[in-house]
Design a protein around this ligand. Structure first.
Ligand code: TYD
Ligand code: MG
Length: 451
């Protein structure tokens, strides 16, 4: 007789299924990520109810989905202008970064404005949530707490209560009876999330799923969840800093890569409306510091990049880069050695983005290079200087997008001078209250800076 369940091994990072245990996942390359799991055999899989029929594109009606405001401006902006009804939103981040705090604050605002919100916690007791709520001065009568981990019972309760929104804290602690593996495993997470999605879509109620990021930097079963949900937000930041960045990685209802900046205070998270000022607030004109303008979503932000180049005491020089892409900086160091004729081979190099921001844009290349040269020569860059541009392997400075947006922010903050790619300068249409230099190569950059 055919078995209902099949024993398999599943990668906890990407969901890849193998019949044997493997040391390394052939799909995502993760080591040691396979655990034993059981899945339903093919023959027993449920068939989908009815087949859909093709529809002419012009006959599809446009329904503008209604949005709910979370009452937190930065949060709404990252969501693309509020929470879309019936959407499934995943909020990931390291433990202790402030996910529960943010959601509890949003819950309070939604409850006050629209009505009942169900906050399900499988992590904390009702007392712990109440204590946090006291601290945050949360007073809405419309917040209903539920301490439960079985998905079927959560949904039963949600249907009975008919809330305006549901928060599940966290997706790793809940489990469904339909999957047989342990809570937190890929198949449990996927099955549970699918159930919440069906609920959200059929009832038009937005569901927030909180997910912990594992130490490798991905939500357990991230790919499985990322393509399932409508919106993926990551809460980033160093726990040592008070600043937190909420970033949309995927959004079916708004721009991706939009960020919201928060500060963790004794009274919960407060919005930071002018992030450039924060990231530059302690900026000192010492050698090794450069200011760049990065575009995050629809907004330009000025940040400081610091570099420290020191002679190495060991045979193997140390390279430590925080907040920037490791491979990218290594590449820039190689370009500096070969094209800029800087002897960096025997030097320890450290690069850090101030304030815990993570920069993914190649537009910061020129600022990273400027910071490294400045530290190497032990000469500070001119005060009020902002630098941006992509750098190629032959040391050429390449054009980047949204130059105007960056320059506008720089002049608003009171910068005096900008060094940008020459080709961007030639295409510039607006006038700015800044002295702007265009450079074609890193050698032109050092000439202009005189270092
Ligand atoms: P929390 O929201 O519990 O994090 P997560 O749900 O992402 O695990 O936040 C935990 C941290 O935030 C904790 O270290 C204490 C701090 N915190 C404050 O600094 N101020 C506050 O008002 C609150 C509620 C928490
Ligand atoms: Mg929490």
């Amino acid at each position: 007789m055919k078995q209902k369940f099949k024993r398999v091994f599943q990668c906890q990072s990407c969901g890849y299924i193998s019949l044997k245990w493997l040391g390394k996942c052939p799909d995502c390359g993760e080591w040691n990520s396979f655990v034993e799991d059981k899945i339903e055999s093919e023959g027993f899989k449920k068939r989908f109810a009815e087949a859909a029929k093709p529809v002419a594109i012009n006959s599809v009606e446009i329904i503008v989905s209604e949005r709910l405001s979370t009452g937190i401006g930065e949060f709404d902006r990252v969501l693309g202008g509020g929470v879309v009804k019936g959407s499934l939103i995943l909020i990931g981040g390291d433990p202790g970064i402030g996910k529960s705090t943010l959601l509890l604050q949003a819950t309070d605002n939604i409850a006050k404005k629209y009505g009942k919100v169900l906050y399900v916690s499988g992590e904390e007791s009702l007392l712990q949530i109440k204590l946090r709520a006291e601290r945050l001065q949360i007073s809405s009568e419309n917040i209903f707490l539920l301490s439960e981990t079985l998905v079927e019972r959560i949904l039963e309760c949600a249907e009975e209560q008919t809330p305006i929104a549901v928060v599940v804290d966290s997706i790793q602690t809940v489990y469904t009876e339909e999957a047989i593996s342990a809570p937190g495993s890929v198949s449990q997470i996927r099955e549970s999330a699918t159930k919440f999605m069906n609920f959200a879509k059929s009832k038009g109620v937005p569901v927030f799923l909180i997910g912990h990021v594992t130490k490798e930097g991905a939500i357990a079963g991230p790919r499985v969840l990322e393509h399932l949900v409508d919106t993926v937000l990551y809460f980033e930041g160093d726990r040592g800093y008070a600043y937190r960045i909420l970033r949309s990685v995927k959004n079916r209802f708004g721009p991706a890569n939009e960020i919201g900046v928060f500060e963790m205070t004794g009274m919960g998270l407060t919005e930071v409306e002018n992030p450039s000022l924060i990231f530059l607030s302690e900026h000192a004109t010492a050698s090794g510091s450069a200011i760049t303008a990065t575009v995050e979503g629809t907004r330009a932000i000025l940040t400081e990049i610091q570099a420290l180049v020191a002679p190495s005491n060991f045979g193997m020089p140390r390279r430590n880069f925080i907040g920037v892409d490791y491979q990218r900086v290594n590449l820039l160091v190689a370009v500096l050695e070969k094209r800029g004729r800087l002897n960096l081979a025997g030097a320890d190099i450290f690069v850090n983005v101030v304030g815990g921001l993570k920069i993914t844009e190649p537009s910061s290349d020129l600022a990273i290079i400027s910071a490294i040269i400045s530290s190497f020569r032990d000469t500070p860059l001119p005060e009020g200087l902002v630098v941006f541009g992509e750098v190629g392997l032959s040391g050429e400075v390449r054009a980047i997008s949204q130059t105007e947006l960056r320059l506008k922010e720089a002049s608003r903050i009171g910068m005096k001078r900008a060094i940008i790619p020459k080709s961007n300068l030639e295409r510039l249409k607006e006038k700015f209250n800044l002295k702007i230099n265009g450079v074609r190569s890193i050698n032109e950059l050092t000439e202009i800076l005189g270092i």
